[in-house]
Design a protein around this ligand. Structure first.
Ligand code: COA
Length: 375
């Protein structure tokens, strides 16, 4: 009998080629189109990074200004989409709002030859924060907000719409760095989902809708929300330590820790977002929340040898920016649409439909039993 080639969760399987990013590559680490994540997070802006992912190069001044202007003009929502958002219940999860919003926009402004793939990508990049906050304000205070804003950055635009006024500079910078960190990560589950959908030659919106649905789960993007629910349970680091010891002893998973690729190495994005969380805490945020997070991190590392992934300190940072917990994974969407779009475009450029095979574990071949003879 042949040895099984099955790899649960496709671990270690090379499922395609990409020129977009490297993850955990020896001596190279995490790069977007060759640029190190450390340089991008420190020196760049999210809009430059989104341009890099979508168009393959860092923009010059003129290209960046034009890109920002296009994004600003694409923040408005069509009336039909506002109606759809109003019809969704207040109790809906914000990820469901984005998933539905994306799908509805695809029906209202379909991808055509004139309205090509990069234009759709820019439309979604510009309008996801608008969709979420239009729905949010309509259902929390009955207000039909304007989603226009002169804010130059997506980070500033989102925080402004959320808070109803321009956000403090530190929050805007933390948010911008976080969007850079979340923008792309090779063949993760949601990106793979987008590529599988794109590989059938389905439309751009369908691929992104599939990706949003995949990102929603707590083993993927939903981990930042679960991490926040965990951290916020504790009033002191000591309380967190004893609870975490009990959780680990009971074999529970700690959300925001572990990674398929960074199994024995640090997620390079984690120390960057941790620094931002610390700065926000020191600047008048909640010092206890940060200290609890640090204690959880230390304990899980010492007891389980697991490092935090990007989601863990992102939770602390987002909370300190005043973002409600159910909006954490949607923020991931605002950023990852850049990576998803780059992958959809790349998949289409060298397409072959995804169609793997399965190892059969069912019954041996057997004779059909007519209905009247079945017991
Ligand atoms: N807490 C506790 N134990 C964990 C863990 C965590 N967060 N992540 C992994 N482990 C343990 C597993 O229990 C398993 O232990 P075992 O070998 O004794 O059974 C071992 O580490 C391997 O984990 P596994 O689930 O097989 O790894 P994976 O590569 O299939 O899954 C994740 C990777 C990210 C899905 C997984 O680490 C996880 O569920 N993390 C929490 C969710 C999360 O933060 N997701 C965001 C990812 S960016």
């Amino acid at each position: 009998m042949c040895a099984s080639k099955y790899s649960p969760g496709l671990e270690g399987i090379v499922a395609g080629q990409t020129a977009i990013s490297t993850v955990g590559k020896e001596h190279v680490g995490l790069t977007y189109r060759g640029y190190s994540i450390n340089d991008l997070a420190e020196k760049s802006t999210f809009e430059e990074v989104a341009h890099l992912l979508l168009y393959g190069h860092l923009p010059n001044r003129g290209e960046l200004d034009a890109f920002r202007t296009r994004l600003i003009t694409r923040r408005c929502l069509p009336p039909g989409l506002k109606t759809v958002l109003e019809q969704l219940p207040a109790s809906a999860h914000p990820m469901d709002v984005l998933r539905t919003g994306c799908s509805a926009l695809g029906a209202m402004e379909p991808e055509t030859v004139d309205n090509g793939q990069q234009q759709v990508a820019e439309r979604l990049l510009a309008s996801f924060p608008s969709m979420l906050l239009y729905w949010h304000h309509y259902h929390t205070c009955g207000e039909r907000i304007s989603t226009r804003s002169a804010e130059q950055s997506l980070a500033g635009h989102f925080l402004h719409l959320l808070q109803g006024q321009p956000a403090p500079d530190l929050q805007r910078r933390a948010m911008d760095a976080s969007l850079i960190l979340y923008a792309e990560h090779e063949f993760n589950a949601s990106t793979f989902s987008a590529r599988v959908t794109a590989s059938t030659l389905s439309d751009f919106y369908a691929a992104v809708t599939a990706a949003i649905g995949t990102l929603r789960g707590p083993l993927h993007g939903g981990a930042n929300e679960e991490a926040m629910r965990l951290i916020s349970r504790f009033a002191t680091p000591e309380e967190a330590e004893s609870a975490l010891r009990a959780m680990l002893a009971a074999g529970e998973k700690i959300m925001g820790f572990g990674h398929r690729v960074y199994k024995k190495q640090l997620d390079p994005r984690s120390p960057i977002i941790q620094q931002w969380a610390q700065r926000l805490a020191e600047a008048g945020g909640d010092p206890t929340l940060y200290r609890v997070s640090e204690r959880i991190e230390r304990l899980v590392r010492e007891e389980k040898g697991l490092y935090p992934n990007l989601d863990f300190y992102s939770a602390t940072a987002y909370h300190l920016c005043g973002i409600p917990t159910p909006m954490f994974t949607p923020v991931f969407v605002f950023a990852r649409i850049a990576g998803w779009s780059a992958h959809i475009i790349e998949q289409r450029a060298g397409n072959r439909i995804f169609r793997p095979v399965a190892e059969y574990t069912g019954p041996e071949a057997r004779d059909y039993v007519p209905l009247e003879q079945r017991t």
